[in-house]
Write a protein that binds this ligand. Structure first.
Ligand code: BGC
Length: 658
């Protein structure tokens, strides 16, 4: 989007033709998911739709594909797949006439109890950024604006509309903002949603620091910022919001940015017309980019066989095998193997049209685990109905989108699985040593029975084809491709946000991020805590060997070049996610941080050289005193491995001359 662009000329031409009344009308919505139009100039109301796993509200009328939820997307660690997903969901949005898709949702998983953990991607800023970018690019390639949400630090649902989050500048720079920065700078996002909460005393919808200083001045954002729904109500005035950088208030009824307020502000000299023009121009620009100004008809399609196939592939790529004693999985493909299928999630649907908030999707159908097991069986296995008489018992357990579980507006109270699920798993394991637990949920849960069962697989919320994907992976027709994008803590107290009421859920409407950047594995590593399952963990059906680590400074001294060999030493084809962590000599920094990863699929015996490039800027840390990024000389530790705790190769590199 450059100034000399014909698009910019078009925007400024249109701006000159708009009256003041028309301009102010563009800054507030008309209805729940539509902006106001300007009929005189042929500008129609612009439609927006949720959300981060498929079309939400509008799928009530036009059924749409439910894809695996955000955390499952992240568990795939697969950028190219997520670009294809972005294109598909962009098409689905366009097929319901939407110009803006309200997603991806990229807030950091600060606490495993956040009700929206299932929607978000990861606890790690680097992974978050790498995965958000292809989703945004995919959506926008289909002519739909991605609306990246929620800027910023909307990390809990409890009290979300009144909360003021106190976060240090270092934590913002190093943890909470990098994915938004990448979304704008690298992903080229056309739209951003400002969060409900306040940040350091200012409601995000009127935070000049966020919307002007970071977003526009530093990252070069030229699209529009929309308030989260009804979030602008808590702001001080229309002019403060516009000045700070908010372009549009949704849904707009009885709104802060209503026409009268803005007209009065201009009349009183509290807002110049030039300032208003700037905000309106941002909106017009995105309307032009999405074809809205030309009334381009919707081109996308929904529920195509390709989208349904993609949903299944994404599910398989996301399934994370946490434990697999004696290779009980995949189930032996011998005729007549008796399998017992149990548990409350066996025949349950997960796409939640009625519960869970703005990430729900009404799909045309959904393959439950039971339906999938039957469909994919192909005569190979016998389903018995009790665990005692079975060779293998599979228990389907997990959460749901009922308020208080994986749902918007409320956080969970505890890590435990609800109801009698733990008891059911224990009872099953007591009578059948080959008990496999498949968890359908969008966040870490406690597993007090872990030592008693043979295998555990996270299936997350796997979308319309989830049941088929689960069956294919259990039967060995597909591989479990996922790795944890969040730490699974052994106890809630091991999660640093949960050390006091001050840090979660906050007191007197204020929450303090005392742990700063020490979130997830960064805290576990620093405090020497053994997680239940570490960040990055996930087993495969084959075996991989890492060797030949090389680590050197690039010729220009600005890039660290790291390479190693990866060999599939097992009997099956499979994928490994090789993860690169770097430890800094700076004592105040977390012991190590993810700085690279690559997902590779190798045939048995196949060997591949893996290359990582880390720009040295990525090793800098944010110094609050000088308010700048600082590079520190010293010995940096380089680890390549299968998870944050499963290091396969290590080296040290001295950056003394840095
Ligand atoms: C959610 C947003 C969503 C919006 C519109 C809000 O409650 O926080 O993520 O996009 O509603 O449905």
């Amino acid at each position: 989007m450059s100034e000399s662009d014909p698009l910019e000329q078009r925007v400024s031409d249109l701006l000159q033709r708009l009256t003041l009344a028309e301009k102010v009308s563009l800054c507030a919505g008309k209805s729940l998911f539509k902006t106001q139009g300007v009929p005189r100039l042929g500008i129609a109301p612009m439609k927006m739709t949720d959300g981060p796993r498929g079309i939400a509200f509008h799928s009530a009328l036009h059924r749409c594909t439910a894809f695996p939820s955000g955390i499952a997307q992240a568990a795939s660690w697969n950028e190219s797949l997520l670009q294809v997903y972005g294109e598909a969901v962009g098409d689905e949005a366009s097929s319901v006439g939407a110009r803006v898709l309200l997603g991806p949702a990229i807030n950091i998983t600060r606490t495993p109890l956040n009700g929206r953990t299932f929607e978000y991607l990861s606890e790690d800023p680097y992974l978050n950024a790498r995965l958000a970018v292809p989703i945004i690019r995919g959506i926008q390639q289909r002519g739909v604006a991605a609306c990246v949400k929620h800027l910023a630090v909307n990390n809990q649902e409890t009290n979300r509309v009144r909360l003021d989050a106190k976060v240090s500048e270092q934590a913002l720079e190093e943890s909470y903002l990098p994915a938004f920065k990448a979304a704008v700078e690298t992903g080229g996002a056309w739209s951003v949603m400002a969060a409900y909460n306040a940040l350091n005393g200012f409601p995000c919808c009127e935070s000049e620091y966020l919307l002007q200083h970071k977003l526009r001045n530093e990252w070069g954002f030229r699209g529009f910022v929309v308030s989260d729904w009804f979030a602008a109500r808590r702001t001080s005035s229309a002019q403060a919001c516009l000045r700070a950088g908010l372009n549009l208030e949704m849904p707009g009824k009885g709104s802060r940015l209503k026409a009268r307020n803005l007209r009065n502000a201009v009349a009183a000299g509290q807002l110049t017309e030039a300032e208003l023009d700037g905000r309106v121009a941002d909106l017009l620009r995105v309307m032009a980019l999405t074809g809205h100004l030309d009334n381009t008809p919707s081109a996308g399609r929904r529920n195509t066989p390709a989208h349904q196939q993609l949903a299944r592939t994404m599910a398989e790529e996301s399934f994370t095998l946490l434990k697999n004693r004696d290779a009980v999985l995949p189930l032996a493909p011998r005729c007549g193997l008796r399998i017992a299928l149990l548990g409350p999630k066996l025949a349950s649907r997960n796409c939640f049209p009625l519960w869970g908030g703005s990430a729900g999707v009404w799909p045309p159908y959904e393959v439950t685990p039971l339906a999938g097991m039957r469909r994919e069986n192909k005569g190979r296995y016998t389903f018995v109905r009790s665990a005692e008489e079975a060779d293998v018992a599979v228990v389907f357990a997990g959460l749901s989108h009922r308020p208080g579980l994986d749902s918007e507006g409320v956080d969970r109270k505890a890590l435990a699985l609800p109801g009698a699920q733990d008891a059911l798993i224990r009872k099953t394991a007591a009578v059948n040593p080959n008990t496999v637990v498949v968890l359908l949920c969008g966040a870490p849960v406690a597993m007090p029975w872990l030592n008693e069962v043979a295998a555990v697989m996270m299936a997350w919320y796997p979308g319309v084809e989830g049941g088929s994907a689960i069956a294919r992976v259990l039967f060995g027709d597909a591989e479990p491709g996922g790795r944890l994008p969040v730490t699974f803590p052994a106890r809630l107290a091991d999660s640093p946000a949960h050390r006091s009421l001050r840090t979660f859920p906050g007191e007197n409407n204020v929450v303090h991020y005392d742990e700063a950047c020490f979130v997830g594995y960064r805290y576990a590593d620093y405090a020497g805590i053994a997680p239940l399952f570490p960040f990055g963990h996930g087993l495969t059906y084959t075996r991989f060997a890492f060797s030949d680590l090389l680590c050197e400074l690039g010729a220009d001294d600005e890039v660290l070049r790291i390479s190693c060999q990866l060999t599939n030493t097992g009997q099956r084809a499979g994928s490994e996610v090789a993860q690169l962590y770097i430890g800094s000599p700076v004592e105040s920094c977390p012991p190590q941080a993810l700085k690279g990863f690559v997902k590779v699929r190798l045939a048995p015996g196949e060997r591949r050289r893996l290359d990582f490039e880390v720009p040295l800027d990525q090793l800098a840390h944010y110094d609050e005193i000088s308010a700048s990024w600082v590079r520190t000389a010293g010995d940096y530790r380089v680890h390549v491995g299968r998870s944050s705790r499963d290091v396969q190769l290590s080296a040290a590199i001295s950056l003394d001359d840095w």
